[in-house]
Design a protein around this ligand. Structure first.
Ligand SMILES: C[S@@+](CC[C@H](N)C(=O)[O-])C[C@H]1O[C@@H](n2cnc3c(N)ncnc32)[C@H](O)[C@@H]1O
Length: 251
């Protein structure tokens, strides 16, 4: 494997090919993405996202607060933060995929938050924002899809203000004996089958499961965050390790 190679699920691919393949996955599933999240997780993704939003803790009053939601897709996190925050809260959703953003824009209009949430097409590895422009930067279930994770972490740090916080919610490692075998059975059989029936694409969901298994252990990801320059790095596992919420600060 050369330094320019990475993985797309279990397949070894070049960094450029990975992004193109990831883009195909989300283009294919965009219109069914939110429904699939509910079906695959039995609604649990809502609880995990609530923990993220509570940790972001946008001010309830008119105090200005600007969040960047990287790989924000259909705006699920952004809309929850817009709802939780006060009159000073603004959220920029950045995503590389126009189809996912289009679903998000419609959702924002329909829920009346289109003046609070802005949708921007761009790459997490080269954020189109000036240094220190956000009070907080979040990425939910997105970082494992980005080919150059180190570059994305450095960019998140760059656009975060001094004293601002970075939060990353991502699938992690189940290490509860017995539960891990059950989780594997569910992930590799039920999820691709649901993907085929509901989103018309089993392969897209096979990739999502494989990419979860290839993502670094939480301790290793915490080290990557420290190497990118974040301080006071911590993580919290949820649901027996199915997901982890990582937190770091720009000090
Ligand atoms: C699993 S979805 C997560 C969406 C949303 N954050 C949520 O929690 O529902 C992953 C998102 O990452 C986006 N993505 C993949 N590579 C990206 C990149 N290099 N830069 C920005 N977004 C990217 C995809 O287009 C997709 O919308």
């Amino acid at each position: 494997m050369s330094s320019e190679d990475t993985h797309f699920g279990y397949r070894q691919v070049s960094l450029a090919d990975k992004q193109a393949l990831v883009d195909d996955v989300f283009r294919s599933v965009a219109s069914r993405y939110d429904l699939m999240n509910d079906l695959m997780s039995g609604g649990l993704h809502r609880a995990w996202k609530d923990v993220l939003v509570n940790t972001i803790n946008p001010p309830k009053g008119a105090q200005p607060f600007r969040l960047l939601d990287v790989a924000g897709g259909t705006g699920d996190i952004a809309l929850r933060v817009a709802q939780a925050g006060g009159a000073g809260t603004r959220v920029d959703v950045l995503d590389i995929n126009a189809e996912m953003l289009a679903v998000g824009r419609t959702r924002a209009q329909e829920s009346g938050y289109d003046d609070v949430v802005t949708f921007v097409e761009g790459n997490a590895e080269a954020l189109p924002f000036p240094d220190r422009s956000f009070d907080a930067v979040a990425i939910a279930f997105g970082i494992r899809n980005v080919p150059r994770i180190d570059a994305a972490l450095k960019e998140a740090l760059r656009v975060c203000r001094i004293g601002g916080r970075f939060l990353c919610l991502e699938f992690s490692r189940v290490d509860v004996p017995g539960f891990d075998a059950l989780y594997d059975l569910y992930s590799f059989n039920v999820i691709p089958a649901l993907g085929r029936v509901v989103a018309g694409d089993a392969e897209a969901y096979r990739y999502l499961v494989e990419s979860i298994r290839r993502f670094p252990h939480p301790q290793a990801f915490a080290e990557m965050m420290r190497n990118a320059g974040f301080g006071r790095v911590r993580f919290e596992r949820m649901a027996g390790g199915i997901v982890a919420l990582h937190s770091g600060w720009r000090l």
